[in-house]
Design a protein around this ligand. Structure first.
Ligand code: HEM
Length: 429
């Protein structure tokens, strides 16, 4: 009998769409009018906006019934993120921490968090990442994606670029061997771990055990890579090279510790950038005057990246829990209550952003919340920004880039992990 083989890229697209479905629940694809109404009426809302739409919420991934409030204003969310002593992060590990032996930076608090973060930080700082633009990010993008796509005159920017490119660039920076199957297996397992929390208990009964298997498979795959790297003894300027040499109070990390750190980073390393690239392109193609503005003046590329991430962020929400009785926005919050922070709502708060629905490259910027803020602010931010800038610059060189009218208009959807299912485009060749 013929074996049916699934193209690994198709498998990644289908895993990606499953995550989008999970985080869309029964929410409207465009949630911004709902946020606007809620923010004006009651910006400190009792209940969990995600759960209300049948979406797994990091405020209570395991559906324990933890009391939760949702914050919708920029200033309240900013205040919580800047006060990690009183608003803690450990609840975020409830959903899939078990699948990765609870090695999740995002779910650590206090000294433990700061210590581990400081040890991992160096290869992610802006100056290190900027060096990669010409040596890694641009060559990978141009040689493996753009040069192959350009003569075709058409593409699904999600499947053909936004999904495989950030993973490919990031994995090279980890120091992994260049092996397509390895890359796609790890990327799929990472998505399966993240997809563990589900609001439907029947679905969770499948996804939770599956996430445990995926988490173990990631570790079992990464450990021999770490061991081989060490045996080779050739330390390079990549993440593995850094982790092998970093000095933690006179000791270096063991291979097992490094494998656990790498697995943790892999969970966050690919899909978030994919979604951000796709959301950026949909917004720019929907606003051809803005697309033209940035095409004509490439110094605006970093602004276009930031402004599209503000206007429609993929990380729509994060969560914290009150370490003691607190007060926020004039409301008492009892110890143990979770707060769901709607970043997507904060990003369109008219108290902070003038004409917030407009895609406006020259708007006066405020500290961006789309990578979080405070001590947990995304460690991979500079890598993601560099990948997005390089990708946008290259796509602007595709003449007359436009939506392909043969396909339905892409719709960005979800209250978290927002993204479109596809971004079909045409350009002139
Ligand atoms: C555009 C792409 C990305 C977006 C939108 C994004 C978003 C976020 C957000 C919102 C947080 C804060 C979570 C919280 O405060 O609870 C975060 C943290 C984190 N991100 Fe990213 N991320 C992106 C790319 C990456 C990449 C490429 C990596 C990998 C290297 C990464 C690794 C992490 C890690 C390890 C944390 C936890 C940091 C800590 O707790 O100290 N992210 N990210």
């Amino acid at each position: 009998m013929d074996q049916i083989t699934v193209d690994p890229l198709d498998r990644m697209v289908s895993d990606y769409t499953l995550v989008t479905n999970g985080y869309s629940g029964n929410a409207p694809a465009n949630p911004y009018p709902m946020f606007e109404e809620q923010r004006a009426r009651c910006p400190v809302m009792h209940g969990d906006l995600l759960k209300q739409h049948s979406i797994p919420s990091m405020a209570d991934y395991m559906m324990t019934g933890r009391p939760t409030i949702t914050l919708l204003r920029y200033k309240d969310i900013h205040a919580v993120l800047m006060d990690p002593e009183n608003w803690q992060s450990y609840i975020v590990g409830d959903g899939f921490g078990a699948a990765v032996d609870n090695m999740l930076l995002t779910a650590m608090d206090g000294e433990e968090h700061d210590h581990i973060r400081a040890l991992l930080q160096r290869p992610f700082i802006r100056s290190e990442i900027r060096k990669l633009i010409d040596t890694l990010i641009k060559p990978v993008l141009m040689q493996e994606f753009i040069e192959e796509l350009r003569p075709r005159g058409k593409a699904d920017l999600l499947r053909d670029l936004a999904l495989p490119f950030p993973i490919r660039a990031m994995y090279q920076y980890f120091g992994f061997p260049h092996d397509k199957d390895l890359l796609q297996n790890l990327a799929s397992w990472a998505i399966q771990v993240v997809a563990a929390p589900q609001t439907d208990p029947a679905v969770a009964a499948i996804t939770i055990p599956q996430s445990m298997v995926a988490g173990q498979a990631m570790y079992d795959t990464v450990l021999p890579i770490v061991q081989a790297y060490r045996q080779r003894g050739d330390m390079r300027a990549d993440i593995l090279g850094h982790m092998m040499q970093v000095n933690d109070d006179g000791r270096t990390f063991s291979d097992e510790q490094i494998a656990a750190f790498i697995r943790m980073l892999l969970l966050a390393a690919g899909e978030t950038t994919t979604r951000s690239i796709a959301n950026m392109m949909v917004q720019l193609l929907e606003n051809p005057d803005v697309l033209e503005e940035v095409r004509a003046d490439r110094t605006l590329v970093p602004k276009a990246v930031i402004e599209t991430m503000r206007r429609d962020p993929t990380a729509g929400a994060v969560a914290r829990v009150a370490a003691k009785d607190m007060e926020i926005g004039g409301n008492a919050v009892a110890k143990g209550t979770a707060v769901l922070l709607s970043i997507a709502s904060a990003n369109r708060d008219p108290e902070v952003y003038e004409d917030p629905d407009r895609l406006w490259l020259k708007r006066p910027m405020r500290p961006l919340l789309s990578f979080g803020f405070g001590p947990h602010m995304c460690i991979g931010m500079h890598m993601a920004l560099a990948e997005m800038e390089v990708a946008l610059d290259a796509m602007l060189d595709l003449p007359n880039l436009r939506f392909d009218p043969a396909f339905p208009h892409p719709q960005i959807r979800g209250l978290n992990m927002r993204g479109p299912d596809a971004v079909p485009v045409l350009w002139d060749v």
